[in-house]
Each structure stands twice: as structure tokens, then as C-alpha cells.
Ligand binder design. Structure first.
Ligand code: SF4
Length: 408
């Protein structure tokens, strides 16, 4: 993948799409490699949450707030937190949950409080009661259960996150196909590549002190010798779906040509007889981001789900300026020529994102997402949420030193 072919997303530290609020560290299931706990006393009070929100809004423009954790649904005042984010801070609240505690009644209360959407984290690395030892494809039944619950409630955005391990990557092309089959109710899929400590190449240090590998919470390289990259995963999807292509990306802070966040947008119809008509290109993403910023003063994170089913208007509006949308429009016209009844069928927009977490340069420097959307607050400062645990355990971010250099 050549970065020149994609739109470099304009997100920065102080002007971004999202931020990442952690009102609790408590979780109700255990996921492979996760550092959250089952402790009740990690819940923040509403005043502490408000204080974090004040830091976010003083330091950063944003469109949405990801409410994560731990699992945010374990927080006894999660409905009040959602209401606070919507009413006091005028942001779109989106809960990032494993869904274990989600019920239709709970979802309704959250929507009444101003919830914009739900991102369900579901994958086979989770110790999820009643769903143990299921592979990624079997878990699609659970994904569909939640997607239909969100659809019945109405008016909410629905996304699914999945952590991708090297041995589960083979299922990703089928999940991408599953997402098309439910493109009318699944608005977004996010594939997060599993993070691995590079213990064969580096030693880890908190200031001058070396940290033993069993104190580094990330999965050890012995268990995952060759972490995947986003271009590798996209190449795997293309074996099944040759037209699959990204439109936009975020580079790395040290390696500008790395694909740290990669966004795909596509238009299609649901069902096994449905199809993806095409993939939007870089001009579409550029116009959406800059246009939204021009009119609303902030970059767009989550669209209104009602707009996502206006695919035909989107094709008409963007075909003159975007080559990918033009190809999708032509494919739709050909399909309608063969099956005239489909002219009345709604077309849906769906996004697919890939996140490649922290990786390292040869000298040990960390390559982070350049314009990290998932910044959180720690001690009144914005910090990378993926490395919050380093601060909490060691009081500082860990640094890496190449083993070869140490030997000299
Ligand atoms: S830098 Fe870390 S927290 Fe920020 S987006 Fe990348 S992986 Fe997520």
C-alpha cells in the first residue's frame, strides 16, 4: 500500500474526531492480554468524570466521546455519564462495551440519556461465559444478536471491534463478508491488530530501571513472534474481495509511511444476494472531513445512522468528484439494468477501520498514531490510552532499548 494513494486524515492532538474516557477499570469478563480488573473501587465519581471532561474540552476539539474502561456498563452511573457528555459537553457519547451487561431496557435508558452509538467488542480471545471456545465465525451469531437489539431500539450507530491475532486473521475476510450481509444494521467494523511486546529485540525500561518482561503487560513476542500489519491483513481480504481498498489513513509519529489507522468506506445492499457496489476513494474522505469541519467546526467521527442509508444520494453527490464513488455508481447502474426491481432498494454506507497499535523503530523509538484519536486523561494531561497502563504501573511511559546495542 502506497500512502500517496490515500487521504492522510487531518486529525491532530488538539483537533480530532474522538477522545477516550475511562470512567472505570472494572470489567465483567476477561479478555486475552487485557489489564482491566474486576475491582469495584475503580469506578470514578461523577465529579471525577466531569474533571476529566473539563481537561478534554480545554485541550482538544472533538466530535464524539468513546466511553470505555474496563467495561463502562459496569459503572452504576453510566446513564448519568452519557447524559453529562451529551447535555453538558455537547458531544456524541458512544459506549465501547463487551455487551455482556447489555439488555434492551438498558440500551433504551442509555438512548434516552443521549447515547449516539454502541461499539461492541467481540472476539474469540475473550473469556465470555456461554461463548467460550467459539471461533470468530461462530461469534457472528452474538454480533447479530446485538446488531438487531440496536436496530430495534432505533436511531443508534452500531459498530463491532475485534482484536485480530495471527491465528484468527484467516477469519477476517469472512467477517468482512458478514458485515456486507448486514450492511443495513452494522454501520462499522473495526479490526485491531494485537499488540505484542518485542522482547526478542528490545529490553523495556522505566526511566533508568529495566522492567522484567513479566511486568510488561503486553503479549510477549515468544507467544506472537510475528505481529501482523494492516497492509498484510488488507492483502488477505483482497484475496477474497479484489476490489477491497482503503480511502484514508493516519501515519505514524516516527514512520510516516506506516498505516496506523486505515479507513475503508463502501456502499452496498444487505443479504446473501446483496453486494458491495464499490469503495469510496480519497476525495470522498477529504470532502467529508474538511466539509464537516468547515460547517460544524470539528471533524466527523460517527455519522447519523439515518444518513448512512442514503447511499443513492451519496453516489449522486460524490460521483463527480471521487473516482471510487463513480465506480460504485456505475456498478449500481449495471445491477439495476439487470434487476430493475432493485432501483427502489436502499443503498447503505459502511465503514471498516484497521488499527495497528504501537510498534517500534530499530532504535527502540515508539511509532504511535500521528494524530491519535484515542487520547485519554491522566493526572490532568492527555495521554495515549493504549499506554495508560504503563503510567499507572510504572509512573512513566516505558522506553525500549535494542538488545544488540546493549550487548556492546
Ligand atoms: S496511539 Fe495508541 S491509543 Fe492512540 S489511536 Fe494509536 S493505538 Fe490507539
Amino acid at each position: 500500500m502506497d500512502p500517496a494513494n490515500y487521504y492522510r486524515l487531518p486529525w491532530t492532538l488538539n483537533d480530532n474526531v474522538l477522545s477516550w474516557l475511562e470512567p472505570t477499570k472494572k470489567c465483567n469478563i476477561y479478555c486475552e492480554g487485557c489489564y482491566s480488573t474486576n475491582e469495584h473501587d475503580s469506578h470514578k465519581t461523577l465529579d471525577q468524570v466531569r474533571s476529566d471532561m473539563d481537561v478534554f474540552t480545554a485541550k482538544r476539539k472533538m466530535d464524539s466521546m468513546s466511553i470505555a474502561g474496563g467495561d463502562p456498563l459496569t459503572h452504576p452511573q453510566i446513564v448519568d455519564i452519557v447524559r453529562m457528555i451529551r447535555d453538558e459537553y455537547n458531544l456524541k457519547p458512544v459506549v465501547n462495551t463487551n455487551g455482556h451487561a447489555m439488555t434492551p431496557e438498558f440500551l433504551h435508558d442509555l438512548r434516552m440519556a443521549g447515547l449516539h452509538g454502541v461499539t461492541f467488542h467481540i472476539d474469540s480471545g475473550q473469556g465470555r461465559p456461554n461463548w467460550k471456545n467459539r471461533d470468530e465465525l461462530e461469534l457472528c451469531a452474538l454480533r447479530l444478536h446485538f446488531a438487531e437489539m440496536v436496530q430495534r431500539e432505533g436511531g443508534l450507530s452500531c459498530a463491532f471491534n475485534m482484536t485480530v491475532y495471527r491465528d484468527t486473521a484467516k477469519h477476517v475476510p469472512r467477517l468482512v463478508r458478514w458485515a456486507q450481509e448486514h450492511i443495513d444494521i452494522v454501520h462499522s467494523m473495526v479490526f485491531i491488530l494485537f499488540r505484542t511486546a518485542r522482547s526478542r529485540e528490545f529490553t523495556y525500561h522505566a526511566g533508568p530501571k529495566e522492567v522484567a518482561m513479566d511486568e510488561v503487560i503486553y503479549y510477549d513476542q515468544e507467544k506472537n513472534p510475528a505481529p501482523m500489519t494492516t497492509p498484510e491483513l488488507i492483502a488477505l481480504i483482497r484475496e477474497q474481495e479484489p476490489d477491497f481498498d482503503a480511502a484514508a489513513y493516519l501515519g505514524g509519529t516516527k514512520d510516516p509511511s506506516s498505516f496506523k489507522w486505515t479507513l475503508v468506506g463502501r456502499v452496498g445492499t444487505p443479504g446473501k444476494d446483496g453486494r458491495v457496489h464499490g469503495y469510496v476513494g480519497k476525495r470522498f474522505m477529504e470532502l467529508i472531513q474538511t466539509g464537516h469541519h468547515f460547517f460544524a467546526g470539528r471533524y466527523l467521527a460517527y455519522s447519523d445512522p439515518r444518513l448512512l442509508s442514503q447511499g443513492k444520494a451519496m453516489l449522486a453527490g460524490f460521483a463527480p468528484v471521487d473516482a471510487g464513488v463513480r465506480r460504485a455508481a456505475k456498478d449500481w447502474v449495471k445491477t439495476v439494468a439487470r434487476h430493475p426491481g432493485r432501483v427502489v432498494q436502499a443503498l447503505h454506507f459502511q465503514s471498516i477501520a484497521f488499527i495497528q497499535p504501537i510498534d517500534h523503530m530499530a532504535d527502540g523509538e515508539a511509532n504511535m498514531c500521528d494524530g491519535c484519536p484515542d487520547m485519554t486523561v491522566h493526572d490532568g494531561q492527555l495521554v495515549w490510552s493504549c499506554r495508560l497502563d504503563e503510567l499507572k504501573r510504572h509512573g512513566t511511559f516505558l522506553s525500549c532499548r535494542p538488545r544488540a546495542a546493549e550487548a556492546h
